[in-house]
Design a protein around this ligand. Structure first.
Ligand SMILES: NC(=O)c1ccc[n+]([C@@H]2O[C@H](COP(=O)([O-])OP(=O)(O)OC[C@H]3O[C@@H](n4cnc5c(N)ncnc54)[C@H](OP(=O)(O)O)[C@@H]3O)[C@@H](O)[C@H]2O)c1
Length: 260
């Protein structure tokens, strides 16, 4: 039986953490899936878990999203096979200040901004024209609560995620009435390979399956911003409005460094 356009979901960053958990959850809902990542072994493991969970079709592609041409080709291949109804952009990196450094390095900042913001924006533009042509589709961008509460130990990450949030909300409004919906997910700490390199406190950390459930639930409800956990999400959203002295004191409890 041919799938409807809403059935085919593409997930980036599906080889690990939140992206893998989202893929498994979509598989459980009977979605056909296309999964992207860079690590073959882990991507194939997610694909196998998705097949076991009930996905009727699972395609994979290994591609670095910073290699725009290769990533675009992979996305075009999926779209040619079936219309993409849902695009989840979870691929991303966290990098920042290393132990003993005062600030993150310039090359770290450039890589983080390219991966987490520029490449993600480019990927969305690759899938958007076909969605617009069909008059339907859903896009979920995985940003971070760091978009609201900038991290002194990862300023480029915070800026990239703030950019993704602002861009996503701008696109959401620009696409109103087109049938294409955009939601921006802003998680707090989620257990994953990324968090393992974040050496510092992780208050309120939740597991990746819980994060995936919240993100997909927020997308189904068409929430503009899916910020969680609830209390931390609102504290972070209010942080930008708080006087700097208060914000600095609160963020002082969350200092960290990145382990290479
Ligand atoms: N974990 C948290 O506490 C947390 C909190 C807020 C927001 N987030 C966001 O959630 C998203 C997923 O993070 P996670 O915790 O699941 O991290 P993760 O376990 O490290 O997974 C990151 C995923 O992104 C992929 N990726 C990274 N760089 C890529 C690139 N250049 N091209 C293609 N794929 C790339 C990785 O692929 P390979 O492993 O195959 O290389 C992996 O599948 C990220 O955008 C992150 O910023 C995470």
């Amino acid at each position: 039986m041919p799938a409807s356009s809403e059935d085919f979901a593409v997930v980036t960053g599906a080889s690990s953490g939140i992206g893998a958990a989202i893929a498994r959850r979509l598989a459980g809902d009977g979605r056909a899936l296309a999964l992207l990542g860079r690590d073959r072994t882990r991507l194939e493991a997610t694909a196998e878990a998705c097949r076991r969970a009930g996905a009727p079709l699972v395609r994979i592609a290994l591609a670095d999203q910073c290699d725009r041409a290769a990533f675009a080709e992979a996305l075009a291949g999926f779209e040619a096979e079936r219309p993409i109804g849902l695009f989840v952009a979870s691929a991303g990196i966290l990098d920042g200040r290393r132990d003993g450094e005062t600030i993150e390095r310039a090359e770290t900042a450039a890589t983080v901004i390219d991966t987490d913001f520029c490449a993600t924006v480019d990927a969305v533009h690759r899938v958007l024209p076909a969605m617009l042509g069909r008059g339907g589709g859903a896009i979920v961008l995985v940003a971070s609560l760091a978009a609201f509460a900038p991290l002194p130990d990862a300023p480029a990450y915070s800026g990239a995620k703030a950019g993704l949030l602002a861009w996503g909300l701008g696109m959401r409004e620009a696409l109103r009435g087109s049938g294409v919906r955009v939601c921006v997910a802003c998680p707090s700490y989620v257990t994953s390979a990324m968090t393992a390199r974040h050496i510092g406190p992780h208050p309120g950390e939740i597991d990746a399956d819980d994060a995936a459930r919240r993100i997909l639930d927020g997308s189904r409800r068409d929430r503009a911003v899916i910020a969680f956990p609830f209390a931390t999400g609102w504290l972070a959203r209010l942080a930008l409005l708080a006087p700097e002295a208060i914000r600095r004191r609160a963020m002082g409890h969350l200092r960290f460094h990145i382990e290479p």
